[in-house]
Design a protein around this ligand. Structure first.
Ligand SMILES: [Fe+2]
Length: 328
């Protein structure tokens, strides 16, 4: 180890105590030797400052500052630190090809919705048609003709007919957009959670027509509890929170030249509409699901009651990017 004695002697001769202390602190930071809790944050930030990627530097710097401030604010004790690390590890261990506990955790603390709203609707200043992706989007859902059904295996429940219009910010139709749709069944299960449903049941991919329209037949989704077998379930129980999402349809609309629109439309009569466990409901996204008890049904095999939903989506100009699928 390099001796600091020569520096001490030189400093004593010069009687420049303030300067000496400053030099010692700098040397301490360079070597990473920490004097007390007060030093830790600045030493760690200094260690990370040579990252060539400026954005990585900014993110890591803020992350460390906020994590250290968190520990200081709550005076985190060692047992709590251990519980936190165990919680983090269990999130990873609970994640597999068909379940993403990391996204579920981010959703359940409102982090996903916050990031969504910060990046859509004028940086969070206005309402937006965007909503969180959630943990159940799969790529390669089956191409389905406009007006076709996404019910791919017997799925009892009220019939639902959706007609939607995709437009740009000026109200002009967006033709040729790819629209992914996915939803839970009338008992609240996605096909990947339910052995009784066919692969890709209640999932489909549509292309908007020249008028920017797409439509499909389905069944009315039900609300569902998020998975509670993992650490997020433990958190919800400890906080006395129910695990339910209000019923909804998911949409992902993709066309080059437009920012990919990821959104959900919520069933307006759901009892959990105002207490979504993952904080996904915004006023803009509550759908107008109309119940029909009489009249001519939209198809010969439809029995009342059936439901219709008219929806409109506005796409903003921007970069068309697909998210990483949370499951395979
Ligand atoms: Fe969902």
């Amino acid at each position: 180890m390099q001796s600091i004695a020569p520096y001490r002697q030189a400093a004593a001769k010069a009687s420049r105590k303030g300067f000496f202390a400053m030099q010692l602190k700098k040397a301490s930071q360079r070597s990473g030797i920490i004097g007390s809790a007060d030093d830790v944050t600045s030493v760690v930030l200094a260690a990370m400052q040579d990252a060539p990627n400026a954005r990585l530097r900014e993110l890591a710097d803020a992350f460390v500052r906020h994590m250290h401030a968190f520990a200081r604010e709550v005076q985190l004790d060692e047992a709590e630190y251990g519980i936190g690390i165990d919680f983090l590890n269990r999130i990873g261990q609970a994640t597999n090809d068909s379940h993403n506990e990391g996204i579920l955790f981010a959703d359940a603390i409102g982090f996903s919705t916050l990031v969504c709203l910060l990046n859509n609707g004028s940086g969070g200043a206005t309402e937006t048609a965007a909503a969180l992706l959630g943990p159940f989007w799969r790529m390669k859902s089956p191409h389905t003709e406009n007006g076709g059904s996404i019910v791919r295996s017997p799925t009892p429940g009220p019939d639902l007919f959706v007609a939607a219009f995709v437009k740009d910010a000026a109200g002009r139709p967006v033709a040729g957009a790819e629209v992914d749709v996915w939803q839970s069944s009338p008992v609240g299960l996605y096909e990947n959670q339910d052995a009784t449903q066919a692969d890709m049941n209640l999932r489909g991919k549509f292309i908007t027509d020249a008028e920017g329209r797409f439509s499909f037949r389905s069944v009315k989704p039900a609300g569902y509890p998020v998975p509670t077998a993992g650490p997020v379930g433990d958190m919800l129980r400890a906080q006395k929170r129910h695990p339910y999402r209000p019923a909804h349809l998911h949409f992902l609309i993709f066309k080059p030249g437009f920012k990919t629109l990821i959104t959900q439309i919520f069933v307006d009569d759901d009892k959990n509409l105002e207490s979504d466990v993952v904080f996904g409901v915004t006023r803009e996204l509550v759908g107008d699901f109309r119940r029909h008890d009489a009249g001519a049904p939209p198809a010969v095999d439809v029995k009342p009651p059936w439901f219709t939903l008219d929806a409109a989506f506005v796409m903003a100009e921007g970069e068309a990017r697909l998210p990483v699928p949370p499951i395979k």
